[in-house]
Design a protein around this ligand. Structure first.
Ligand code: SF4
Length: 360
């Protein structure tokens, strides 16, 4: 496994049984797409997300029906549940009472001080954090008038405004997101935020698009931030099945050596030297290793000419040869395998390596 990028240290904040921030690993988050009051559908979707590797999940809470469903949903899932509330402090109080592990609400939008105090006191009593969600598309009018249009400085000013309201009530279990759909703006805002305060950052590029365009956009934005050591939780926002968000997030973390529980595929781009049906083999092996929870690297290469040597960093791999495959480990050929069985033999060896990792 590659060396982890040095993470910027933040204040640690508990979310359910996880500690976000500090020097802890980054956690993958997603959001249910179901109507929250439809408990069956919401639980089913969250369980699918868990299976895919989601570590924290958020649900929308637009009304009392949704708020009163939180307790039942909580009982039937295994990861921390974040409840997303806009403006209505009563919904926040119900969600907290029902057992939310974190609420997302901007204190500056709640209204009168008594209402803010009620929410903060309830969160304190249950020991749960509040996420402040700054969004470039919905900055306060005062800030927009000052800066003319959404800017990173304006977003940081908005975050500090909401943070101050909580700090004045001696509340410090805060997580902040600085989302924008403009990638450069989001990067600048997160960078400035990390210098302005030490609360954990939830990363996201909002309204990033469909599976294809959203993956590119989110990976560009979040990749730049991860490379700088920023971020404590992240969500890839896609107009797609949220399970796809988890798959993209897992791959992105692997790219930066930030995932300690997932296998990585290395596959060649193919060229005129190709000796096997590489594309379908690569897809099959990718699907297979998506369930492997050990940080091993698996290579699938089209030919043996440059094959094993090109993938020296792989723990194990196969390279096509005429009518057969070469099974190799760390750049050295171990044995020849018939073409018909080479994928199955590779899978057996992958399982052995994963087992060795867990036996260590
Ligand atoms: Fe071409 Fe072989 Fe390299 Fe694949 S491994 S790109 S087939 S030379």
């Amino acid at each position: 496994m590659s060396e982890s990028i040095h993470r910027t240290k933040t204040r640690p904040v508990k979310v359910g049984d996880l500690t976000v921030g500090g020097s802890n690993e980054l956690f993958i988050q997603s959001m249910a797409t179901t109507k929250t009051h439809d408990v069956e559908a919401t639980v089913a979707e969250i369980l699918r997300l868990e299976e895919a590797g989601c570590q924290i999940v958020r649900v929308a809470c637009p009304d009392e029906r949704a708020a009163y469903s939180i307790g039942e949903i909580k009982k039937r899932i295994n990861i921390p549940l974040v409840v997303d509330i806009h403006f209505d402090y009563k919904l926040a109080l119900i969600a907290i009472e029902q057992g939310a592990d974190k609420i997302r609400i901007n204190p500056g939008n709640i209204g009168r001080r008594e209402k803010v105090e009620a929410v903060v006191n309830a969160a304190k009593a249950k020991g749960i954090p509040i996420r402040i969600g700054v969004n470039a598309g919905s900055l306060e009018r005062k800030i927009l008038e000052k800066y003319g249009y959404p800017t990173a400085d304006g977003m940081v000013e908005s975050a500090l405004h909401h943070i101050k309201i909580l700090e004045d009530l001696d509340f410090h279990d805060i997580i902040v997101s600085m989302k924008a759909s403009d990638v450069s703006l989001a990067i600048e805002a997160y960078e400035k935020a990390s210098k302005a305060f030490d609360y954990p950052l939830h990363l996201g590029i909002t309204e990033s698009g469909t599976l294809f365009t959203g993956t590119v956009k989110s990976s560009a934005g979040l990749g730049a931030l991860l490379a700088k050591g920023l971020g404590n939780t992240l969500r890839i926002s896609l107009s797609a099945d949220p399970v796809e968000e988890i798959k993209v997030a897992r791959e992105l973390l692997k790219v930066f050596g930030l995932s300690s529980n997932a296998a990585t595929l290395i596959s060649c781009p193919t060229c005129g030297r190709i000796e096997i049906d590489l594309i379908s083999i690569a897809n099959e092996v990718e699907e297979y290793i998506s369930h492997i929870k050990a940080p091993i690297k698996v290579a699938v290469l089209g030919c043996a000419v440059n094959g094993p040597g090109e993938a020296r960093e792989a723990d194990i791999g196969i390279a096509g040869a005429r009518g057969e495959g070469l099974l190799f480990m760390h750049g050295k050929t171990v044995r020849k395998v018939p073409e018909e069985t080479m994928v199955d033999e590779l899978k057996v060896e992958i399982d052995k390596l994963a087992q060795e990792y867990f036996d260590k």
